[in-house]
Design a protein around this ligand. Sequence first.
Ligand code: HGY
Ligand code: MN
Ligand code: MN
Length: 397
Amino acid sequence: MAVDEKRFIQDLHKLRQFGAAGVGKGVIRPAYSEADIAARRWLAERMTEAGLTPHFDPVGNLFGLADGPSLLMGSHSDSQPEGGWLDGALGVIAALEVARSSDQPISVVSFQDEEGRFGVTTGSAVWSGGLAVAQADKLTDHTGETFGSARAAMADLAAGFVDPDQFTGFVEMHIEQGPSLDAQGDQIGVVTDIVGIRDMVVQFDGQQNHAGTTPMHLRRDAFQALSLFNTRLNEQFRNVVTPQTVWTIGHVDVHPGASSIVPGRVRFSMQWRDGDSDRLARMDEIIRTTAQGVAEEMGMGLSFGSLLGLAPVAMDQSLRGVLEDAAEQIAPGRWRLMPSGALHDATNVSRSMPVAMLFVPSIDGISHDFAEETAEADLIAGLKVLECAVQKLTSGM
Ligand code: HGY
Ligand code: MN
Ligand code: MN
């Protein structure tokens, strides 16, 4: 039975309603929010309708289980604080559509907190054994709420952890979230590998004081420390990074955040990504020594939060090969092999089984923004490549 394109697109729009926000098709559906939990309950109903057994695990990952050995497909349905309607959601609905139109055993998953409100791809990291639940429970979001208290909102749904041994492999379809496919006019990307990531909170402690009476040379202004750190870091990184290396200070908390007070404390997120583990480690060293130098020079306290991260991972060769054949069949000459600069649950899942990923274009490369969008024809082409790949895979199952 062929996939039902109309039903697929309709369900994508229905899922978008949970946390619909901003202009266009934006969503605000962070992990464990009301909108996220409502969306997961809705997905569980769709899984039941598809003949799958819905199963929530202790951290809110939602599986739709087929009987016996099955191929696992899916992604995540939580969003960034300001997210697009397709990031994660596309892979979950595409998996659901393939599962309900295939006569082969396909299980579906929507991982929890892939967007790292609390950590880095937290739900699949716990499920795959990369992060102990007790450790995850201590992670906090930027408001100080812990993972443990947030996941308690789903306690009534939680059953045990699903055994990964029932799955023969994992295939995740996702939007590219970058500019390559759109710029090259390609419709499909077959992922070769996913970059590694490191993420930690850094804090400078200076002295809070009056913004009018404290002369500049007597200040220990924590924001000035961050500003000097950032300038020096960009200089220090010059001879270590490549054009593919990225680093971001995305969240800054300047305390107490008043116009007439010299900030005594600044806490900021420091995140960096690269395809090479050694380069990630080298950058870690540079970040720490640069921060220490600034702290000594400016008489600041300095502390580092726990380091979170994932190593770069290559996709399974044979699973990837099936996606390549399917891409050539569905979008001949309009597909390419490419790395992923974004992180995905597939990195964690690769601890337990072979994994492979498929991309469709993001218009103007925009993502993690309400404006995220993909042409409907490309969404459907991606679905058809998935369907074709599953037929090739499961015919031998
Ligand atoms: O940040 C990422 O790469 C993913 O979208 N969470
Ligand atoms: Mn995602
Ligand atoms: Mn994302």
